[in-house]
Design a protein around this ligand. Structure first.
Ligand code: MN
Length: 731
């Protein structure tokens, strides 16, 4: 009879629920730990989880807590440490109840809180891509987000129970979860060496996705069961006897073949069940490595080995840490029998894979300071390196946690893109397609518009906004970090400059030669490029266009006698220049002249609505300044080079303006500023925030259509709490 107090405070009375006691029995107790202390800790997690999930039900109609209990039980059976088991009990508390991670942090060990946090984060990521090659990246993402392999182990226990109870879900959900398990979790289990978990998952996947095939195999397996065990025993019994002669205390048993592996062979080899199921399988577990080889010798004496079917994964472990000796022999009646020989330790490793190493380590360590995940992973890598011959692929998998040099982000369609840490939306865009990068005008991360220099984070969903009118600009080079983006931007900028200069150079040459009535000389002038040290006509013309070399210099050398007549045309040069240089100026009208090479001065960045003036530069077309620009008086002596210019803008054109916003440094200040700007429909192309003595100074480069829009933004920002002043600035 249970003490009535036991229900409320079992820890005082010492009578815990039966279910709890069963779990406790399975929990490994490290040598250096007090069993009572572990029981108390575990009870705390058990009770907390039960209370939090109270009233919640699974689809099966059972209490939600049952799921948490099953997850914890799996972890205990895999001999995970008690903190991981606590993590298993609490794994859905943050995701599915009102409890927050800081509640967990207050109540439990930091280690436990970290595990729960990790599992919760993983819960937020779902694999939606239909492309199989994406699964590998997704695995890396999971590891990267988890930070601690124990989080992945909990996730496996969770997935295992969800797959076991999948029949209660609606058909479409069953399908999605089974596919995700097939493409991500089963291969990941394989890579981590969790062989048992993998085959249980594989069978559940088969049962969900191909129920008819599963049933067929299942029925046939059951029907042949009796005959099979009879045959297996006819091999096991003599083997046991023979091994005993050599003082080998071996555990010999018939190994069931999984439904999924039979199905896989039927499909791959196009055979029927009977042809596949001819093969019998036996496993022999011994104490020591030497005994593995001795056992192998004994077996080969008793039965003749099948040719080429021997594999020594003890001396050469698989990259996931798997160790075993495999051989196939010809048994009684000529049936093939597959035999696996391994030590108990290898058997355990094969069950839960790399996590086994962690488990051994915990027992052997005195203090609880195994906490540093990174340290642990580093050690894991060492373990794997010493045991395995070619673990490069697996190493690479773990490396991301060690050095944190890669992130994975999603495209809107669910594909994963691998990028270096600190990559920006521009890097992302170029990674996907050059055109996407070239025309990138903005980006959304997790549905929110963000500045293009924002650093992306693991698991972000990134959407690129493009515009035909947008092109790379020099500013991008300040924050892109991938070589791909950098190369494309530089190449684009160089080509544009080159194209414009060549066009301009040709026009300068044409006009000047016509004026001098020397147009027939054009060909010979163009071919004289090597006299001026250029490699080609294009390079020569480009030099004329960008002002590196002038027509005067050219003629001085080619026709010293024509000097005077040239002088006259030189005077006229500026006008000439304007006449023809009517190229791709966007938004500028020069007294009815279009098509001119125009740049906006960086010192004042004029935008529509500003009064402005053009300045004819040497070879670089016209630079447009605001009429109140401080740089202009310096140029007054060259007033003949100043030109009136007007705006000529289409509604869709946007211009970049730099503004300085100064305010108190408070949490969310930057967010407030960006929201004020966005609310006036302006894009932010760059943000630079500096904080000093609690004063935050932010420089934004924003896109506006005209000075009216800019005025509205400045007014809005000025009215915002905590912002002291706002001003428009040059570079
Ligand atoms: Mn769960």
């Amino acid at each position: 009879m249970q003490n009535p107090l036991a229900k409320l405070i079992p820890q005082l009375v010492g009578e815990y629920p039966k279910q709890f006691n069963e779990l406790l029995k399975k929990v490994p107790i490290p040598d250096n730990k007090d069993e009572m202390a572990i029981r108390d800790e575990l009870w705390k997690a058990y009770q907390f989880s039960m209370t939090c999930h109270e009233g919640q039900k699974r689809r099966s109609g059972k209490p939600y807590f049952d799921h948490c209990y099953e997850v914890a039980t799996s972890l205990a059976e895999w001999k995970m440490d008690y903190r991981t088991i606590m993590g298993g009990l609490l794994h859905d508390v943050v995701e599915d109840t009102d409890v927050t991670i800081s509640d967990i942090d207050k109540r439990f060990d930091e280690d436990v809180a970290k595990l729960v946090d990790g599992v919760t984060k993983l819960g937020g990521i779902t694999f939606t891509s239909r492309k199989e090659q994406q699964a590998g990246n997704f695995m890396k993402l999971l590891l990267s987000v988890a930070q601690d392999l124990r989080v992945i182990i909990i996730k496996f226990a969770d997935r295992l129970h969800n797959m076991k109870t999948i029949q209660y879900l609606p058909q479409i959900k069953q399908h999605r979860i089974a596919i995700e398990t097939r493409d991500v979790y089963a291969p990941l289990a394989h890579r981590l060496g969790m062989a048992r978990v993998k085959w249980i998952l594989d069978d559940l996947i088969l049962k969900t996705l191909h129920p008819n095939s599963f049933e067929e195999i299942d029925t046939k397996l059951k029907a042949s069961n009796r005959q099979r065990s009879k045959y297996i025993n006819s091999v096991i019994d003599p083997v046991k006897k023979e091994l005993a002669k050599y003082d080998i205390d071996a555990h010999v048993y018939g190994r069931p073949k999984s439904h999924s592996s039979i199905y896989g062979k039927m499909v791959r080899r196009g055979k029927n069940f009977e042809e596949i199921y001819d093969v019998y399988a036996i496993r022999i577990i011994v104490d020591k490595i030497e005994q593995c080889y001795l056992t192998l010798g004994v077996i080969h004496q008793m039965y003749s080995p099948a040719q080429d079917r021997f594999k020594d994964f003890v001396a050469m472990p698989k990259s996931n840490g798997y160790q075993s000796i495999h051989t196939t022999i010809v048994g009684p009646n000529g049936n093939m029998v597959e035999i696996q020989i391994r030590t108990l330790e290898m058997e355990r490793t094969a069950e839960i894979g790399v996590a086994a190493h962690w488990r051994y380590k915990e027992t052997g360590t005195k203090s609880a300071d195994l906490d540093s995940d990174i340290k642990w992973l580093r050690e894991l890598v060492e373990i794997l390196q010493s045991e395995s011959s070619d673990p490069t692929e697996f190493m690479h998998l773990l490396k991301i946690d060690l050095f944190n040099d890669e992130i994975f982000v999603f495209t809107p369609s669910g594909d994963l893109i691998q990028l270096p840490t600190n990559a920006t939306p521009i890097d992302f865009a170029f990674q996907i397609h050059t055109d996407l990068g070239i025309h990138c005008i903005g980006a959304k991360v997790n549905q929110k518009v963000i500045p293009l220099n924002t650093k992306l984070k693991n698991g972000d969903i990134v959407e690129i906004i493009t515009s035909k009118n947008q092109h790379p600009n020099l500013g991008w080079l300040k924050f892109v970090i991938t070589g791909k983006a950098r190369n494309h931007i530089t190449k684009y900028l160089r080509n544009i400059r080159q194209e414009e200069s060549i066009k301009l150079g040709n026009e300068i040459l044409d006009k000047t030669l016509r004026r001098l009535k020397m147009y027939s000389e054009k060909k010979s002038v163009k071919e004289s490029f090597d006299q001026f040290g250029y490699k080609s006509t294009d390079a020569f013309i480009e030099a004329i266009g960008n002002g590196t070399i002038t027509i005067r210099e050219i003629f001085k050398k080619l026709r010293p006698e024509d000097e005077p007549s040239l002088e006259e045309s030189q005077e006229d040069n500026a006008n000439q220049f304007i006449d023809y240089a009517r190229s791709a100026a966007r938004g500028i009208k020069l007294q009815g002249i279009g098509n001119i090479m125009v740049q906006f001065a960086k010192c004042c960045n004029p935008i529509p609505g500003d009064e402005m003036v053009g300045f004819v530069t040497r070879g670089r077309g016209i630079t447009v300044h605001r009429s109140d620009c401080r740089s202009l008086p310096l140029l007054a002596e060259e007033s003949d080079r100043l030109l009136p210019v007007e705006w000529d803008v289409a509604r869709s054109d946007v211009f970049k303006v730099r503004i300085k916003v100064v305010g108190e440094d408070s949490k969310g200040q930057l967010k407030t500023m960006t929201e004020a700007i966005s609310s006036e429909n302006s894009n932010i192309t760059s943000v630079d925030l500096k904080v000093r003595d609690n004063i935050a100074t932010a420089y934004f480069i924003i896109e506006v259509r005209n000075s009216k829009q800019l005025d509205r933004i400045i007014k809005k920002l000025t009215r915002t709490n905590g912002i002291d002043y706002v001003e428009r600035t040059g570079q």
